[in-house]
Ligand binder design. Sequence first.
Ligand SMILES: N[C@@H](CCC(=O)N[C@@H](CS)C(=O)NCC(=O)O)C(=O)O
Length: 208
Amino acid sequence: MAIVFYYAPMSSAVQTTWALEELGVNVERVKLDLKKGDQKKPEYLALNPNGKVPTLVVDGTPIFETLAIANYLGEQYGVAKGMYPSTPLERAAAMKWMTWTSVTLGDAMSRYGHAGSEHHPKELHHEPSRAKAKADIEHLVGMLDAELKKNGKDYLLGSTFTIADLHCSGWCAYLGMIGIDLSKWSALGAWVKRCTERPAFGKAMSER
Ligand SMILES: N[C@@H](CCC(=O)N[C@@H](CS)C(=O)NCC(=O)O)C(=O)O
C-alpha cells in the first residue's frame, strides 16, 4: 500500500502522526508550511478542498478530517494489533467518543479559541463568548471524567490503550496547552497522563 501523509508539526496532524507511530505504518511524509500557505495551493486543494492538515492519501485516495483518518487507520491496522474494536457495536462505542470529541468538544474548543486566542483576530474576540465556551468545555470534560470513573478501567474502552484513547486524549492534552486546568478532573487527568506518556506521543510532539 502506498501512503502519503501531508502534515504540519504541532497542528491537528499530530493526532495522525501519533497513530501512524503507534501502529507502525510506513508512509511518505510531506511537510507543509502553513504560514507560507502550502495548504492553499491548487495541488493540495485537489486532495483536500478544506485546505487544512492532515491529509492521508492511500493508493491515490485522499482521506481528510482527523477523525476519518483515525477510523481508517484503526480499521486497517488497529484491529490486528488489538488497538481498535473489531465488531460493529464495539466500534460504535469507540466512534461515539471519538465523534463526541471532534464535534461536540471540538465545537466548544473552537469557540473558545475564536473568542480570545492570540491566533485569532483581536477584532473578533468577545469575552462573554469566551467565558461561555470555557463553561461548555468544563461541562464536557466533566462528562468524560465521569465516564472514565464509571468504567473504572485505565482506558476508554477497557484495560488496553486504543485509537479511541489516542484520538480523545490528544484533544484533551491540547486543552491543557490552551490554559484549561485539567487537575480538578482526577480520572481524566490521570488518563490523559497515561496516554500522553507513551513514547509515540512524545515522538509526534517533538517535531517543530
Ligand atoms: N477538522 C479538521 C481540522 C484541521 C485543521 O484545523 N487544521 C489546521 C491546523 S491545526 C490547519 O490546517 N489550518 C490551516 C488553515 O486553516 O489554513 C481535522 O480534524 O482534520
